[in-house]
Design a protein around this ligand. Structure first.
Ligand SMILES: Nc1ncnc2c1ncn2[C@@H]1O[C@H](COP(=O)(O)OP(=O)(O)OP(=O)(O)O)[C@@H](O)[C@H]1O
Length: 870
């Protein structure tokens, strides 16, 4: 995975120099790389996401956003680009101008060519940087302002220079210039028309911060000419051509002049004397420019515009007043300011039709520029001589002389940091980075030396001033005694000499006098000259000494400088290392942060789930608690009612029995015969309710359980075992009260336990039936044996539960015994009563688990389960 590029690799140039490859014989010429600057514009909206950050004064880092194509295709993380300088969003127009363009204008004044172009995605601020707006003026107006401020005092009078059609200039004499001036009157008419179309604000807002340039030659005469062309759909249009706007402009040809410089043939060159004039001309051309509307930029440039400032300079003559009338003495330099159209991905702009074709053309020309620079670089680096396809596009054709000839080339890459622009911005950055490797020959200063004394113009001006002053004072009647010092002149001219007359002697005498005066003058001049020479020599010696001292100082300063440079280099290396480790740490930090975020999310989800479960559990618990409360309330009410019924019934029975017993005792005592008769019946009567209770027969006859033959007796509570292998778990007291009963339980396969201490007693015995045998004394003191019967049902948790579904009750008593003297007898009548479970006595220790008519003991295997309690 490619992560972070540490530094733009420094390309090692091979021995073959670019100059050699171009066939230049002067191998002492030096070259410089194209200076590439990066300008980051502010985000269009505060809410926009940024994909770029400036990490140092010359470094930007591009981070692919998730929407970027690159993000999906590769795992590319961040890319670092290093430029000559990076201007942050807060950088002012002045900063950009003074770092990038001012050196080019200084070069222009010194006679060097320069090219500055802005390159970038549409809407990235190219036009803003190059032209600016009224309040934030861009590079072009600032260049003009600086130029005019610098050459203000040295400008030529109108029409001293006249552009020819071959990219050169003619120098006009004063007389010719006069004729030209007359012709100008005519063209002014057109110009006035042109000015009407201009924005009146332009001139008034024209001034910028004063800045004068160095490098001006005061013995030169200067003149500024402007051309403004547009390259649109691979055609070159002259924006300053004098046509009506409706009339279509004709495409111009790009040609090469005698000095191998490219130029637009027949282009209109307008001489401008002031900054305001220059801006007016620019505005005029600007109105004709094809500015189309696209989605991405409301005022998008649909063409490349080339604004060229040509500076023509010629030396002044010996009198320091007029230009030397020699074409060869003229120096021409030019600065081209190029605002390239924005590169754009058509899918994103949503352009169709004409706009789409335009975009295709724009992209083609930019691609050609790219290809040219790539091949140029390859040629320079490898020494190959591949043909650079400058001619494939008009814009590269126009630039040819900069890249292939001599000049200073600078590029400003404009960047919009918006995440949406990432893919295009990455392409632009790559191209810009590659451009930095292209070498351009350093221009040799073109200085035409005409062998005239330096400073003559100033001397002339001073002399004129002095003469004017003297004349003025003389006119005012002031006696002016001017001491002009020693004038290096041998005196007035020789007088007219005619030696053929009688005055010849007189003339000879005068001549001798004059000659003697001249000899004396010559002697004094020679003395003065010698004295001056000595003084000059002394001064020269002094200067030489100073020079030697300065040289020594200079070399020591250079040594210090070298040391400082080395230190700076070492520091820079360290900075690079630190930066890379910081990036590394940042990356790791981000990864860890992501992990923490993931874990936090998981934790939150789990906590949420737990909370939900807790709530659910609480809900269930409440539901069951209320259900249990309702059920137990209901059951206790039912039990109470039944108990009450039972008690009432028993009381009634007791009362009946007492009554019968009273009757029996009266019969025994022989009180009445009726009562005797009644005696036999009374025994029956006495027995009847009991028998009825036992057998349920309605006839009231005293019957033993064996006489049930006549009546179909069925026990509804008896259920046949579902399997023959029914196994009982008998749970009984350790020492049961012996009963001596005849009726015996008939379960054969059983296991008896006296205590249920572990759930395994239920689950491990493999019993399917369970019975709990309890013995108690009833209200009459008789032993009552109750067998609570139930099914053992295995539970889901691996335990078992007992569902009680039957109670058997065994009671023994004698029917003839008075209730008060009843004794338990094993031979007495035995009755088995089936009692519905609901009426069975409550077992406090039995956990009620089932509904309605079932009572259960729940046993769960394992330590976590509930143990049945008994
Ligand atoms: N550095 C900046 N500061 C403030 N505003 C800027 C800056 N750069 C650009 N802008 C604004 O962004 C908008 C688009 O800029 P501009 O027209 O210069 O883009 P462009 O690159 O020339 O586009 P195109 O290639 O489509 O012509 C303009 O409104 C401009 O004022």
């Amino acid at each position: 995975m490619k992560t972070m590029r540490q530094k733009t690799p420094i390309k090692v140039l091979p021995k073959v120099t670019p100059l050699a490859s171009r066939g230049n014989s002067g191998n002492n010429l030096q070259s410089d790389p194209v200076h590439v600057y990066c300008r980051v514009r502010p985000l269009p909206c505060e809410s926009d996401l940024s994909c770029l950050r400036v990490t140092a004064h010359n470094t930007v880092v591009l981070t692919p956003p998730e929407i970027a194509i690159n993000y999906k295709i590769t795992n590319l993380k961040e890319t670092q680009y290093i430029f000559k300088h990076v201007f942050e969003a807060s950088a002012s127009q002045h900063e950009v101008y003074s770092s990038v363009a001012q050196p080019l204008v200084e070069g222009l004044v010194r006679g060097r060519n320069g090219l500055l172009f802005t390159y970038g995605v549409t809407g990235s601020g190219k036009t803003y940087t190059m032209t600016g707006d009224i309040h934030h003026r861009g590079i072009m107006p600032r260049c003009l302002d600086a130029l005019f401020r610098t050459i203000a005092d040295f400008q030529a009078k109108k029409f001293v220079f006249k552009p020819d059609r071959l990219n050169g200039f003619d120098i006009l004499s004063e007389a010719d210039a006069m004729l030209e001036r007359q012709a100008e009157m005519h063209s002014k008419m057109n110009k006035a028309k042109r000015n009407k179309e201009l924005d009146p604000e332009i001139a008034s807002k024209a001034s910028v911060e004063p800045s004068e340039l160095s490098g001006i030659d005061e013995d030169n005469i200067y003149s500024v000419f402007i051309t403004y062309v547009e390259v649109y759909n691979n055609c070159v249009y002259d924006l300053l051509e004098e046509t009506t706007i409706q009339k279509t402009l004709q495409s111009k040809m790009v040609r090469e002049d005698a000095n191998r410089n490219m130029f637009v043939h027949g282009v209109t060159e307008v001489e401008v004397k002031t900054m305001d004039e220059a801006l007016e001309v620019f505005q005029f051309g600007q109105k004709r420019k094809r500015v189309g509307h696209t989605i991405l930029n409301a005022e998008s440039s649909r063409s490349h515009s080339v604004f060229t400032i040509r500076l023509v300079q010629a030396p002044v003559d010996n009198h320091g007043e007029h230009a030397v009338q020699d074409r060869n003495a003229v120096t021409i330099s030019q600065l081209s300011l190029v605002d390239l159209a924005g590169s754009e991905r058509t899918s994103r702009t949503g352009n169709t039709g004409q706009r789409l074709r335009e975009a295709g053309n724009i992209n083609n020309s930019l691609m050609t520029l790219r290809t040219c620079l790539e091949i140029l670089r390859e040629n320079q680096m490898t020494g190959s001589s591949k043909k650079v396809p400058y001619r494939d596009s008009k814009i590269t054709h126009l630039f040819k002389n900069y890249f292939d000839g001599e000049g200073q080339v600078r590029m400003i890459v404009c960047v919009n940091p918006r995440a949406e622009d990432y893919d295009e911005t990455a392409q632009v950055m790559k191209f810009a980075e590659m451009t930095q490797d292209v070498q351009i020959t350093r221009p040799t200063p073109v200085k035409v030396d005409v062998g005239l004394t330096p400073g003559r113009r100033k001397a002339n001006q001073l002399f004129k001033l002095a003469m004017n002053d003297i004349e003025k004072r003389h006119n005012e009647g002031v006696k002016v005694d001017v001491d002009l010092g020693l004038v290096y002149s041998l005196g007035p001219n020789f007088p007219e000499l005619k030696m053929n007359g009688p005055e010849a002697q007189e003339i000879i005498r005068e001549l001798v006098k004059l000659l003697e005066m001249r000899i004396a003058k010559r002697r004094s001049l020679c003395d003065d000259y010698d004295a001056r020479q000595d003084r000059f020599r002394m001064n020269l010696l002094k200067i030489e000494k100073e020079n030697v001292a300065l040289k020594a100082e200079n070399s020591s300063i250079k040594g210090v400088l070298n040391q400082s440079r080395q230190k700076i280099k070492a520091m820079e290396n360290k900075i690079v290392i630190y930066e890379s480790s910081i990036d590394d740490l940042n990356r790791r930090n981000r990864t860890l942060e992501e992990r923490v975020r993931d874990l936090q999310t998981q934790l939150n989800q789990k906590t949420q789930m737990l909370n939900q479960k807790e709530i659910e559990k609480e809900r269930q618990r409440k539901k069951f608690t209320s259900k249990i409360a309702v059920e137990s309330e209901k059951m206790s009410r039912e039990l109470e009612v039944k108990l009450q019924e039972q008690k009432n019934k028993l009381r009634q029975e007791m009362r009946d029995k007492d009554e019968r017993l009273r009757l029996v005792s009266e019969i025994i005592k022989g009180e009445t015969p009726i009562k005797k008769v009644a005696r036999s019946n009374s025994v029956d009567e006495l027995a009847t309710p009991l028998t009825n209770h036992v057998t349920g027969t309605p006839n009231g006859a005293l019957q033993t359980p064996r006489s049930r033959r006549g009546v179909a007796v069925a026990n509804p509570r008896h259920r046949r075992s579902r399997s023959t292998g029914e196994r009982w778990l008998e749970h009984r007291a350790a020492n049961p009260v012996p009963l001596g009963t005849i009726l015996q339980p008939y379960y054969t396969d059983r296991k008896s336990v006296t205590k249920l201490t572990d759930a395994r007693d239920v689950t491990g015995a493999k019993a399917s039936k369970y019975c709990l045998i309890s013995q108690d004394a009833d209200t009459e003191g008789e032993v009552e044996t109750k067998i609570f019967k139930g099914d053992v049902v295995p539970t889901v948790g691996g335990g078992a539960q007992v569902i009680f579904n039957d109670v058997e009750c065994l009671k023994q008593y004698s029917p003839t015994r008075s209730p008060n003297s009843r004794k338990r007898s094993s031979s007495n009548h035995v009755t088995t009563v089936a009692v519905p479970v609901a009426s069975a006595p409550t077992l406090a220790e039995i956990q009620v688990t089932s509904s309605k008519r079932s009572t259960g003991i729940e046993g769960v295997a394992g330590s976590g389960g509930k143990k049945p309690k008994h």
